[in-house]
Design a protein around this ligand. Structure first.
Ligand SMILES: [Zn+2]
Length: 66
């Protein structure tokens, strides 16, 4: 793997919308869930954002499955 300074990368993944494997742009985004303002330490969750390059479908998946 190369270590270029790209915030996103592409890889082949299955798209449920296309029903086949397509090229996806993959990036990681920290989202703050501000439901409880006193608990912000625990509400910042990294999400893996994938965008299908064929149909534009965006899927976000929480990376911490604790
Ligand atoms: Zn797609």
């Amino acid at each position: 793997m190369t270590s270029e300074r790209h915030t996103s990368q592409t890889q082949i993944e299955r798209c449920e919308n296309c029903k086949c494997e397509t090229t996806h742009t993959v990036s990681v985004e920290i989202r703050t869930e501000s439901m409880k303002q006193e608990n912000t330490e625990f509400s910042r969750e990294p999400y893996r954002i994938t965008t299908c390059q064929k149909c534009g479908e965006t899927t976000s998946q929480r990376m911490n499955n604790a």
